[in-house]
Design a protein around this ligand. Structure first.
Ligand code: ADP
Length: 368
């Protein structure tokens, strides 16, 4: 009987609870024991029944309607050190767990794959130091790992959507609708900063969905003109046609053609100085993360949770760790470490301002 543990790690995202619920219930349905690791990798490092808990069917009842993550998430520096992972391995073995599903971003999934790769040497060391018995050493020879991607930024390569991104997008659109009403009343301009780290997906999609006047994202900083002139031309044109509202969306990581960061204050200043618009700035902040998940994320997280358990049950010591993705509306399995590497290369290319390379990398397809 397999014992499958699930944890949420890194930044929280709406839909993580649906993922945990589906993993726990699918594991039990398939005759396995289900465990949750509380507080991400911190729970592995601390160990014990307070942090690695066996869960029953009822323990996840109603979780589809809960925002955030009920099993907690944390950043854990100790897990980046070998001694932290050694403790994690010991605690998993003590709890009797032999498979781990991690729902998190690229950092969390890198940690998971590293943990799996190191597992043989970790358990050897534990055995040699008499921290685990010979029986345990023989029984827990392999650790199966599987990743599901929880991130509001939709910034993971090889999957069309990450768990939480559509919920966050929905929240942003609602917030901009509210802003639009007050902007209309006073004929004002609003600069709205949205999250996304070095990915412009939230800003771009929110801009399309709310028909924003101008959108600034990290991936497309250059235009034939300086962004200030281009934005002012477009906004003036809209205003001249009688539009009473102006909304400019700025992604967290937006940059100009000269590769300097663009802040909401920069945009605000241009709208005031060049167009004399009565302007306000709204940084949406953590409301973008909070609240319940939209139906799409609940369904995505549920289907991916089921697939994650299936993938774990299909895994052998030689199969590479899978990442559960969605491509063209189908739930798919991708090689975890290649997906994470590709994601990191895209982020590095954007940081190095090599946008063509970033775009080419984003289009990379894996043939399974
Ligand atoms: P995200 O998963 O959202 O990208 P982080 O990058 O903060 O978030 O990673 C979450 C946690 O995953 C870290 O606090 C750490 O415990 C673990 N982690 C991240 N990178 C590594 C790594 N290279 N090796 C081991 N653990 C890691």
């Amino acid at each position: 009987q397999k014992a499958i543990a699930v944890m949420t790690s890194g930044g929280d995202a709406p839909g993580m609870n649906s993922n945990v619920r589906a993993i726990v219930r699918t594991a039990i349905w398939k005759g396995c024991r289900a465990y949750v690791v509380m507080e991400g990798y911190e729970g592995l490092v601390k160990g014990g029944p307070e942090y690695i808990k066996e869960f029953g069917w009822e323990d996840v009842r109603g979780w589809n309607s809960d925002g955030g993550t009920n099993i907690g998430t944390a950043r854990c520096m100790e897990f980046k050190e070998r001694w932290g992972r050694l403790l994690g391995a010991q605690h998993l073995i003590e709890a009797g767990v032999d498979a781990l599903i991690v729902c998190g971003g690229d950092g969390s999934l890198t940690g998971a794959d590293l943990f799996r790769g190191e597992w043989p040497s970790l358990i050897k060391e534990l055995f040699e130091n008499k921290r685990i018995s010979e029986d345990q050493y023989t029984k827990y020879k392999h650790l199966n790992i599987c990743g599901t991607v929880g991130s509001i930024d939709n910034d993971m390569s090889t999957t069309d959507a990450t768990i939480g991104a559509y919920s966050s997008l929905d929240r942003i659109c609602k917030a901009i609708d509210y802003i639009e009403a007050t902007a209309y009343s006073h004929s004002r301009a609003f600069v709205v900063e949205v999250m996304g780290r070095n990915c412009g997906w939230l800003a771009l999609m929110a801009g399309i969905a709310t028909s924003a006047d101008y959108i600034l994202i990290p991936e497309k900083p250059s235009s034939s003109k300086d962004w200030r002139d281009q934005m002012c031309d477009i906004v003036s044109k809209h205003r001249s046609k009688g539009k009473r509202t102006t909304v400019v969306i700025v992604a967290e990581g937006a940059i100009a053609a000269d590769l300097t960061p663009i802040t909401p204050d920069d945009v605000h200043k241009v709208l005031v100085d060049k167009l004399q618009l009565d302007t306000r700035t709204t940084i949406l902040g953590h409301v973008q993360r909070g609240g319940t998940a939209v139906a799409f994320d609940r369904i995505l997280a549920t289907l991916q949770g089921v697939e994650a358990v299936n993938a774990v049950l299909d895994s052998t010591k030689d199969t590479p760790s899978p990442l559960i993705a969605i491509n063209e509306n189908k739930i798919t399995r991708k090689p975890l470490i290649e997906s994470v590497k590709l994601t990191k290369s895209v982020a590095a290319a954007i940081q190095a301002k090599d946008f063509k390379k970033a775009m080419d990398l984003r289009d990379t397809e894996f043939v399974e």
